[in-house]
Structures are given as C-alpha cells and as structure tokens.
Design a protein around this ligand. Structure first.
Ligand code: IMP
Ligand code: MG
Length: 172
C-alpha cells in the first residue's frame, strides 16, 4: 500500500495560481500569448491558470513521452503529439506540471525555438531543483519542492491520482 500525505491544499494552489496569473498579466500586457500545455500533467494547472488570467490568450497542447510506469525519467523525451497552432512570431508560454530532471522542458524548449517564436518562456506549477540533470531555469514557478514524488492536480503515478483536487506526496 502507498501512503498519500497532503502537501498543497486546493486553496493554496488557487492562491498561488492567481499570483502567477497576475505576474503573467503584467509581463504579457498588450500581447496575446499562446499557452502550450505539456500533456497530460499540465491540464488542470493550465485550465486554472488561463481562467485566472485577465488577458486575451490562446491555448494548445503538445505531448512528449519520457516516463513509463515508473518514477524516473528515461532522459530521452520525444514528441508524440504536436501543436496545431503555428508558432512563428508568437509569444509562447510553455506550461508543465513539474520540472524534475529538466530533460522534458529542455527538449521542448529547443523544439519550439526552432519554429521561431517571438518569445518563449516556461511556467511550471512545481519545481524540484535538486533533481536537475540538465540545466534549466523556469521563468514562472508555483512552488519549489524537495525530492519527493507528488501526485494530484494533474500529476499522476502510472495514470492514477490526476483528478485529486490537491497535491500530495506519494510514499511507497
Ligand atoms: P523531467 O524531464 O525529468 O523534468 O520530467 C518532467 C516530467 O516528469 C513531468 O512532466 C512529470 O510527468 C514527471 N514527474 C516528475 N516528477 C514527478 C512527480 O513527483 N510526480 C509526478 N510526475 C512527475
Ligand atoms: Mg508530464
């Protein structure tokens, strides 16, 4: 049996998401950014973020695969589902549930840059800086956390727990 202990409540998540939205509203004033969510983990964070954002924006998704049924990154992400939106000239904001080794966002960032956006930034709900294997600094971070495995609010373990309305630490 695994044990789940609460880390960020629904209220704490919503408060922090509102702060991030306010920061984005100021930084992107006068622009119509394109939010690119990394499937699947970002879907709840992204939908709360854009609803808290008082700014016109567009939303699209892409998917990469790097994790199987385990808690370690393979370190070799690849694109399995591409965006429908043209990236050329857009102000792109990559949205990810969690930044861990850095392989996923490094890979996606390089792909997006190759399509010549006007700008690209990254926004992650959670960051585990101590786990980095490739250098990556996110522009917007909800919470920095230690090296624990978390689920809920979009984050899964082998497909489970995504719909939990809070973030919890999963202990084996
Ligand atoms: P990275 O390429 O190692 O930075 O991995 C990022 C991806 O790993 C995230 O999009 C998650 O899917 C997954 N991941 C990393 N840590 C966790 C965690 O604590 N819980 C759930 N998924 C995680
Ligand atoms: Mg993910």
């Amino acid at each position: 049996m695994s044990h789940l202990s609460p880390l960020y409540s629904t209220e704490a998540l919503h408060r922090r998401v509102s702060e991030l939205a306010e920061q984005l509203r100021r930084d992107y004033a006068g622009k119509t950014p394109l939010f690119l969510g990394v499937l699947t983990g970002s879907f709840i964070f992204l939908s709360d973020l854009v609803r808290a954002l008082d700014l016109p924006c567009q939303v699209d998704f892409l998917a990469v695969r790097s994790y199987g049924q385990k808690t370690e990154s393979s370190g070799a992400p690849r694109l399995v589902f591409d965006t429908k939106s043209p990236i050329l000239g857009r102000d792109v904001i990559l949205v990810e549930d969690i930044l861990d080794s850095g392989h996923t966002l490094r890979y996606i960032m390089d792909l997006i840059r190759g399509e010549k956006p006007a700008s690209v930034s990254s926004c992650v709900l959670l960051d585990k800086p101590s786990r980095r294997q490739v250098p990556f600094v996110a522009d917007y971070v909800g919470f920095a956390i230690p090296d624990v495995f978390v689920v809920g609010y979009g984050l899964d373990y082998a497909g489970d727990y995504r719909a939990l309305p809070y973030v919890g630490v999963l202990e084996p």
